[in-house]
Design a protein around this ligand. Sequence first.
Ligand code: LMR
Length: 394
Amino acid sequence: MLENLTALPADKILALMAKYKEDPRTDKVDLGVGVYKDASGNTPVMRAVKEAERRILADQSSKAYTGLAGDPAFGDAMRELVLADSVAADRVAAVATPGGTGAIRQALELIKMAAPEATVWLSNPTWPNHPSIIKYLGMKMAEYRYFDEETRGVDFDGLLADLDTVAKGDVVLLHGCCHNPTGANLSAEQMTQVIEKLKSKGAVPLVDIAYQGFGDGLDADAQATRQIASSFDNVLIAASCSKNFGIYRERTGILMAIAKDPEQKALAQQTLAFLNRQNYSFPPDHGARVVTTILNDAALRADWEAELEETRNGMLALRQQLADELKRLTNSDRFAFLADHRGMFSRLGTTPEKVEKLRAEHGIYMVGDSRMNIAGLNAKTVPLLAQAIVDAEV
Ligand code: LMR
């Protein structure tokens, strides 16, 4: 049987992680996978997470199953964090999932059940696992223009023109904030226009929000998602806790399905629970319990928010430092976009050959499409990167 298997294309982000690990250079710089690193290169356990885990260890009296949708308290806490009061609770079905990827996968499975003929539209570019899962599930897929290679901002005219060709009932995947891989985001006004366009087309939005709190703040980053949630009868929202709670390996995420009314919500809730049962039965609980403990305790929540703000501001400072350094070295504003981008990533906008040159000659690792993880930098490596960018004639 196994002889029938054929080699699969490697995930480019994970392949880069492996390559970095093998590199013996001690001064190598990892700007690959989207994992936050502090100034000393560590990915710390957040203070509130440690405390929540301590409490869970002390107080938890059973490891019996929770529910197929996960602990309802997690669903409530996440709905409040992501959606606030933008949509009535009795319209929101929700299931805990293994990470944001699990939520995306379950969202696509739900689409496949409810609208098997729908095309799923992705920004070009998008997170590589989006098209990979869609292809794996045998679903129809299309792309809308997103990134302007010249300005390194959003190609808004191209985006609107492409969304104009969306058919009724198609699903359009939007990044809630902190676009991955480009770092270029829609303004509030542009998002309003996108919402109007999608409404006029009868499309269904699928929002992937994996970096809430990494861009302009927890509420600001959720603004677009909330506006979308309140504008349509049906919206799917995949949210991840991996990054903003720093609990990557705990695999903690949620899929929310906004229904037209409570009756439709009940149907969606039952279907989501069914999909969990088919794919992995009960979702992981530990990370979800940590998140719930933090969000439902005023002091822990305040401490988490404070640490997340430190993280966010640290990334903004690195962005500014890199843009300033490149301005100084090139005597131009060509790289000013680095300070305007938001989230963990920026797409530098250069060729795979130059990305390879940066890796081979300077030990700087970024994804082949020139996506850099800004959180992989520190005050000392920013000038090295800036000089290497200039040397490579990016
Ligand atoms: C990334 O984009 O680097 C992260 O979301 C990690 C992953 O799973 O790809």
